[in-house]
Design a protein. Structure first.
Length: 149
């Protein structure tokens, strides 16, 4: 991932950008793994999409979008490390910016994935409970079916 990120230095925005929680944690996480991220890329992660110039938009579409699965995976590790829940994660996204940024898109993907996993887990539990209820029949039920046959 480092090689792809390094090539974006000339595409990074020139404006000062506030570094979000997600970007700080991502940079820290990747730094622990020996991946050095240039400041220009860090700034790009928190730049609102609506402010990207043509060159930055091209970089976003051609270079950044293919990295989204890797970034989402790293953010998912962070989600687990911090013991986040979906509400807290969503609050951090709201706090980060009201505008969509590249990192916010990735953080939202993690949120959607975690909400889906939680929904799937609840569905599995409900199905398991329903199956258990189907299997657990009243004791008198056997007497009724044997006397009618």
């Amino acid at each position: 991932m480092e090689a792809n990120i390094r090539g974006s230095e000339e595409n990074a925005p020139n404006v000062a950008v506030k570094t979000s929680f997600f970007t700080r944690r991502l940079v820290s996480n990747l730094g622990q793994k020996g991946v050095d991220i240039p400041q220009s890329v860090i700034n790009f992660l928190d730049t609102p999409l609506c402010t990207l110039n043509e060159q930055q938009s091209t970089y976003f579409e051609q270079k950044f979008c293919p990295l989204i699965p890797n970034i989402v995976s790293a953010l998912e590790e962070i989600f687990e490390e911090v013991g986040a829940d979906t509400e807290g994660w969503e609050d951090m996204m709201t706090y980060a910016s009201s505008l969509d940024t590249p990192i916010k898109i990735c953080a939202n993907a993690v949120l959607i994935k975690k909400e889906k996993e939680a929904h799937d887990l609840v569905s599995l539990r409900l199905k398991a409970e329903q199956q258990t209820k189907k299997i657990t029949l009243p004791s008198w039920f056997g007497q009724l079916t044997s006397s009618t046959g």
